[in-house]
Design a protein around this ligand. Structure first.
Ligand code: HEM
Length: 757
């Protein structure tokens, strides 16, 4: 016995030691991480490989055979070690999630800033001294596990809070509404968006007949598809998107009072998106773009942070609105019901193993803690059944015992057995009531008396007819689609139009794109006419649902610029042999001091030599991170071209270098150039409509459509650069443009369209 105990202690302390090796890991350890320690096996140990049943393996390269003189011979079935290896490999896969199969997760914590004890008894929402561990998983909906990150799709935003009273899951999206009002239609909706059944095409795309056929036949989807065609569906980063619980939940206070609630997550870095051409290219150039971005940011200590907010409607006020507050195809407009920010959640720790954590994590909308309840939102009611059910197919009946899923508080009940049970229950009874009063429910008055911390449902009076129906207000489908569209900035509207143009162009059945062209008139007649002309539909001339012209706050992502920062932005610095070292070092220092990540790109990977350094010496250069073909401009937020006579000459003769700049211009990114690199931008790249600093005697900085150029810049002034516009300090102007994310004027004025990229 003592030997086993000692081994356990050793393994726990080994893991702890290795896991806490890095200072950052000590800082990010929380109750949930500690809970998982006994399950963590560190492969970097001074141990010999064993079988699953524990014996040491002698030869990990060869099957046991009868070997003749030739060195060949039949393999023997008796090789238990070989058979175990192959048999374990054969069963490595589990079914992928039926939706949201592709995802990425990380650990973190939730901190409450303001108690809402007047609304709920939930400890996590009332106790500001607590730090609650969380695990978040972000996902796309339609694609399979191996699909690309940057496809046009809704992003799942699922957060598991390991609270002292049990697990609470918010299984939300980055869009606040949904396609359908009833869970009943979910299988039809998912069948329609997934690859078509006859040929399994297309992968991870809504641009096909069946998806748009479904949209037309479900007018309730109009609001949601307008969001899905907006920039929300192509986020720049998972760290730069909002999260919404979508469904209507309830808060229950200690006296049993109920309040309707919606949950919100608002990213500190603002809400930002890719542009469509970039998203398309990235899907091939870096299918893991979002996954990598999240992982790298956390590794670098740039922990993504979201504010946590609630929208509340008092019990009794639910009928006061034009829309039904239980209809998941509607937002609660923020001019009517403001968001109250009460806490924040931070992701500060990457996973150790993808399968055990991100793949095996399982969320359920039905997982709420005392003080939080459901509503009669019909979509939520169905979800509460569906998630619990689907986890059994994917992970088996004991999925809640998996390390990533188990709560950090005690789990005590008489649920028993089933495949892969890991718990060993000690005791002579496995039922309630029992003569020992073992594991009583909260309301049991014997023994030690009632436990008032147990979950109690809100006592709701229900009178009604058993029918397949929803409320009258569920029948109105267009008003909020118009509200959303009207609230967008002009360039956002343009993107919705282009997205519809792209999607309907991919539908080759005329009934689909012609009918959809008509439906768009229920959002906006002008939009419908322009899209219809693009895709071969019949431009409508009138509509039965004229646009009401109203707007609401916080629907456009332009209202979420985030912190005024360039932190974590990726900037490519392009150089070639003969570059100006002083300028390079000064610009790199500025960018790094502001928290951006710099990436040196050159015609080759390796040492690149500045002007005045003899390449033969083999030293005194700068190591480039990538060559121009190895990475593309799509992977960066901004591009800087460094001066240097020879360097610029080389870049001018390199078509890929020219393409980098032109493509970055097309994708509306900030471009910076100094001294003779300005000539390169002018002569080789021919950027339409842009004014450049061409007077080499002047030290005036020119910022034109996000292109920031200057001569004779005093690099000594750079270290004190500030994010602000400037006509004299090039570094200030450059980082100021980067902080704006993109230069939308370039697109609005049609400049980006004039360029081939
Ligand atoms: C408000 C609308 C909805 C939202 C916001 C939503 C969100 C999500 C998210 C974020 C996930 C991925 C969870 C993870 O990261 O593991 C997911 C998975 C899933 N959802 Fe939904 N969903 C919605 C509607 C529905 C409906 C109506 C159903 C069925 C009636 C449904 C069934 C599922 C299933 C079966 C999974 C796979 C779960 C798993 O295997 O882990 N969802 N959903």
């Amino acid at each position: 016995m003592s030997g086993v105990f000692q081994r356990l202690q050793e393994s726990v302390s080994e893991v702890k030691e290795s896991a806490t090796h890095k200072a950052s890991e000590v800082a990010t350890t929380n109750e949930k991480i500690l809970d998982m320690y006994p399950n963590i096996v560190n492969v970097h140990q001074d141990k010999t490989m064993t079988t699953d049943f524990g014996i040491k393996i002698n030869d990990a390269d060869h099957w046991l055979k009868i070997v003749g003189k030739s060195g060949h011979g039949p393999s023997l079935l008796e090789d238990q070690i070989g058979r175990e290896r192959i048999h374990r490999f054969d069963h490595e896969r589990i079914p992928e999630r039926v939706v949201h199969a592709r995802g990425v997760g990380a650990h973190g914590y939730f901190k409450l800033h303001e108690s809402i004890e007047g609304l709920t008894s939930a400890g996590i929402l009332t106790d500001t001294s607590r730090t609650t561990p969380v695990f978040a998983r972000f996902s796309t909906v339609a694609g399979s596990r191996g699909s690309a990150d940057t496809v046009r799709d809704v992003r799942g935003f699922a957060v598991k809070f390991y609270t002292d009273e049990g697990n609470w899951d918010i299984v939300g999206n980055n869009i606040p509404v949904f396609f359908i009002q009833e869970d009943f239609k979910f299988p039809d909706f998912i069948h329609a968006v997934k690859p078509e059944p006859h040929n399994e095409i297309p992968q991870a795309q809504s641009a096909h007949n069946n998806f748009w056929d479904f949209q037309y036949l479900h007018p309730e989807a109009t609001h949601m598809f307008t969001w899905a065609m907006s920039d929300r569906a192509i986020p720049r980063s998972l760290r730069m998107m909002q999260g919404f619980g979508v469904n209507t939940f309830t808060l229950i206070d200690k006296d049993g009072k109920r309040t309707f609630v919606k949950f919100h997550f608002i990213p500190e870095l603002g809400v930002h998106s890719l542009v469509w051409d970039e998203a398309l290219k990235l899907a091939g150039q870096d299918p893991d773009f979002h996954r990598r971005d999240l992982y790298e940011a956390i590794e670098a200590g740039s922990y993504p942070k979201w504010k946590f907010g609630i929208q509340c409607i008092a019990d009794g006020d639910e009928d006061k609105f034009e829309f039904d507050i239980l209809d998941a195809t509607k937002v609660w407009p923020e001019d009517l019901i403001p968001v109250r920010e009460i806490g924040e959640f931070v992701l500060n720790r990457n996973i150790d193993e993808f399968f055990s954590e991100t793949e095996q994590v399982a969320f359920c909308t039905s997982h709420v803690v005392p003080g939080i309840g459901f509503s009669d939102d019909p979509l939520l009611q169905g979800r509460n059944f569906s998630y619990q059910d689907t986890q059994i197919t994917r992970l088996g009946p004991n999925w809640e015992q998996l390390p990533i899923n188990r709560p950090v508080c005690p789990v005590m009940n008489f649920n028993r057995d089933g495949a892969m049970n890991h718990r060993i229950h000690k005791g002579t009874v496995n039922y309630w009531p029992n003569r020992f009063e073992a594991l009583p429910p909260g309301n049991y008055e014997g023994g030690r008396g009632q436990d008032h911390g147990a979950y109690t449902e809100y006592a709701e009076k229900i009178v009604g007819m058993k029918q397949r129906l929803n409320g009258e207000k569920f029948k109105e489908h267009y008003s909020q689609a118009q509200l959303f569209y009207n609230s967008l900035a002009p360039y956002e509207k343009m993107h919705v139009e282009m997205a519809l143009g792209f999607e309907l162009d991919h539908c080759d059945d005329p009934i689909v794109y012609k009918r959809m062209s008509q439906r768009l008139a229920d959002i906006d007649l002008g939009l419908a006419q322009r899209v219809a002309r693009m895709v071969g539909g019949d431009p409508p001339t009138e509509t039965t649902h004229p646009n009401h012209g109203k707007k609401a706050p916080h629907l456009s992502q332009t209202e979420f610029p985030g912190k005024h920062t360039i932190a974590t932005r990726r900037v490519a610095m392009i150089i070639a042999d003969g570059f100006d070292l002083a300028a390079f070092e000064a610009v790199r220092a500025v960018l790094q001091a502001q928290g951006a990540t710099t990436h040196v790109i050159a015609p080759r990977r390796g040492m690149i030599f500045p002007a005045g350094v003899d390449p033969e010496s083999g030293t005194g250069g700068v190591m480039s991170d990538h060559h121009l073909e190895g990475q593309r401009s799509t992977m960066f937020d901004a591009i800087y071209v460094n001066p240097g006579v020879q360097s610029v000459l080389t870049l001018r003769g390199n078509g890929r270098a020219v393409h980098w700049i032109r493509e970055a211009f097309g994708h509306l990114k900030t471009i910076g150039a100094l001294d003779d690199a300005v000539d390169f931008v002018q002569q080789a790249c021919s950027l339409p409509g842009v004014t450049l600093a061409l007077d080499m005697k002047s030290d005036r900085v020119v910022t034109s459509y996000g292109v920031v150029t200057g001569w004779n810049v005093n690099v000594k002034l750079m270290p004190s650069a500030k994010i602000e516009p400037s006509e004299t300090l090039w570094a200030n102007a450059f980082i100021n443009e980067i902080s704006k994310h993109r230069c939308w004027e370039r697109e609005l004025e049609g400049l980006s369209k004039k360029l081939a990229y």
